[in-house]
Design a protein around this ligand. Structure first.
Ligand SMILES: [Fe+2]
Ligand SMILES: [Fe+2]
Length: 291
């Protein structure tokens, strides 16, 4: 298997309307079938699964993955996005906007994140242990070892600092955990891939109106996150959030934006990692038209 390399697939931002979004789930079913048929070893979905932020909806993706035989730690990695964890309508209600108790917002987000980790525990921990962020998956494919380093970048809504709930932050405690020498040691022989929801790069369209809103979507401490990934020797960083399929680099690391399934449900990023440590990445359209 490994002279041809390990094939990974990444896509993002499904934005399903809910568990009854039959059209969206049918499209997801078709994409997952195509990925399985292509010989893909692992699938990574970087958040914004639903628009609803209702945990009752999450089972529909879990059940679909189970039905496809993909619901396992070895086969799939899923992260939450801001739309999964923040109920913007609830947060923006008048009494919340005036409520100075930011602690309650942080608690609400933590509860939702914990629920996400519980509901998708089998693919986060692969066993009975308690799931949380950051976490690392090392996947052994014989002469290739992959390590996926997952960081949650969703942080609480705030009427001034995070007015759309779309700004990201890699929590200090999460990054500190990644500086533990045991983490670097455990990853030293692996091809390391950082995975998160928020984007390193947004807009840069040169359009003034776009630039004016950049800050509302940005990953606030992207340089801190990048430094943590650099010290782990990360070769790739995967994200979503900013709905464009993009490949660029940051700090010497190749960064892939998995775009948006909601805008193009046939397109995904394919990465082939080889035993010599090389990686080929391209965007693939199911049914033809690669780039
Ligand atoms: Fe999104
Ligand atoms: Fe997002």
């Amino acid at each position: 298997m490994t002279d041809k390399g390990i094939k990974l697939a990444h896509f993002s931002d499904l934005h399903l309307s809910g568990r009854k979004d039959r059209k969206g789930l049918a499209r997801l079913d078709a994409l997952l079938s195509a990925l399985s048929d292509s010989g893909c070893s692992h699938i990574i979905i970087t958040g914004d699964l639903y628009n609803s932020s209702n945990p009752e909806d999450w089972a529909s993706i879990r059940e679909l993955l189970q039905h496809k035989g993909l619901y396992s730690w070895e086969k799939v990695t899923i992260l939450p996005g801001n739309h999964d964890l923040i109920d913007l309508e609830e947060e923006m209600r008048f009494y919340n906007a005036l409520n100075p108790d930011n602690g309650s917002r942080a608690r609400r987000l933590r509860r939702k994140l914990n629920r996400f980790c519980t509901d998708f525990r089998e693919i986060i921990t692969g066993d009975e242990s308690v799931a949380g962020f950051p976490y690392v998956k090392t996947l052994d494919y014989g002469d290739i070892s992959l390590a996926l380093v997952m960081v949650n970048t969703v942080f609480p809504w705030h009427n001034i600092d995070n007015p759309l709930g779309a700004r990201g932050q890699a929590g200090k405690a999460q990054l500190e955990a990644l500086y533990d020498p045991s983490v670097k040691k455990a990853l030293q022989n692996s091809f390391v891939i950082g995975v998160m929801h928020h984007a390193y790069r947004i807009y840069e369209t040169g359009v003034f109106l776009d630039q004016a809103f950049d800050w509302t979507m940005e990953l606030k401490n992207r340089k801190d996150h990048l430094a943590a990934m650099q010290q782990l020797g990360a070769r790739l960083l995967l994200h979503g959030h900013f709905h464009r399929f993009q490949a660029y680099s940051a700090g010497g690391i190749k960064v892939i934006n998995g775009g948006s399934f909601s805008l193009n449900h046939r397109r995904y990023s394919e990465m082939i990692i080889k035993a010599d440590g090389t990686c080929e990445q391209r965007f693939v359209n199911v049914g033809g038209g690669d780039s």
